[in-house]
Ligand binder design. Structure first.
Ligand code: NDP
Ligand code: 8X3
Length: 253
């Protein structure tokens, strides 16, 4: 029987690449994001090319009522979710703490922590009822180390790290695996979002060294999901070879 994966933030970057990777393996897909048109285009492509079933859920993950409505709308086989990839997230701004924007802070906290919690709270009981499942959280190297001006973004990803460890304990008795993937720099729409559409500043983030691609991270996520049932990858930190930490890129040496 085909398996089902729910991937949040499937409209671009790591989420989109992960959706494509699982489609290639024949998984049925529940894809989420705010940009409905992108979801529809990708869904049509994946159904056509891989013959998989696709459900698109168009909602803002930071809004609890929207999450409840969207996940609550799943019925029948769409409730037998085998894998949840908690990917949707963002950085907003890059400012020292004394100059940070309240709006940016709230958006990051509401999306990266609260959004992840809302989805997990609604999907975990489905996995418990089914008797198995695997939740893969997308953290960050910023959830392992802090860097100048990364303050609140880092705090949200340190939270993902803590929640990953806590979920693993709570879910242990139900046979549900909990993993985390923590990437370093990945060239996606991430920096364009962080710098509010400033494409030049965003492009500069990836100049002078070779960043990861979304496909690199998707492959790591797929590898974690494909381990035998008795194996759990707790935490996988994946960096560009030319980036030793958030501070040190090959270009800076
Ligand atoms: P992108 O900006 O390319 O993708 C972000 C995805 O998250 C989009 O699909 C977006 O969908 C979704 N998203 C953002 N906010 C919301 C929201 N409020 N409601 C619903 N969906 C939302 O960035 P990445 O692919 O790089 O980021 C994916 C994850 O990886 C994030 O959690 C990020 O923190 C993490 N990460 C990224 C790294 C990088 O260097 N790029 C490194 C380490 C971790 P839409 O806008 O359509 O709603
Ligand atoms: C994204 C990686 O180092 O830009 O999570 O914060 S970093």
């Amino acid at each position: 029987m085909s398996k089902t994966v729910l991937i949040t933030g499937a409209t671009s970057g790591i989420g989109e690449a992960t959706t494509r990777r699982f489609a290639k393996e024949g998984y049925n897909l529940i894809m989420t994001g705010r940009r409905a048109e992108r979801l529809d285009v990708l869904a049509a492509e994946l159904m056509e090319n891989h013959g998989v079933k696709v459900m698109t859920l168009n909602f803002d993950i930071s809004k609890r009522s929207e999450v409840e409505k969207a996940i609550g709308s799943l019925t029948g086989v769409w409730r037998t979710i085998d894998i949840l990839v908690n990917n949707a997230g963002l950085a907003a701004g890059l400012d020292p703490i004394q100059q940070g924007s309240f709006e940016d802070w709230e958006q990051m906290i509401d999306t990266n922590i609260k959004g992840l919690l809302y989805v997990t709270r609604l999907v975990a009981p489905m996995m418990i009822e089914k008797g198995n499942g695997h939740i893969i959280n997308i953290g960050s190297i910023a959830g392992k180390e802090v860097y100048a001006k990364g303050n609140v973004y880092s705090a949200t990803k340190f939270s993902v790290d803590a929640l990953t460890k806590a979920m693993r304990i709570d879910m242990l008795q139900y046979g549900i695996r909990i993993s985390q993937v923590c990437p370093g720099a990945v060239e996606t729409e991430f920096s364009e979002v962080r710098f509010k559409g400033d494409k030049q500043t965003a492009a500069n983030v990836y100049k002078g060294y070779t960043p990861l691609t979304a496909d690199d991270v998707a492959e790591a996520i797929w590898w974690i999901a494909a381990r035998p049932a008795h194996v759990n990858i707790n935490d996988l930190v994946i960096m560009p070879a030319s980036q030793a930490s958030p501070h040190y890129h090959f270009k800076d040496l």
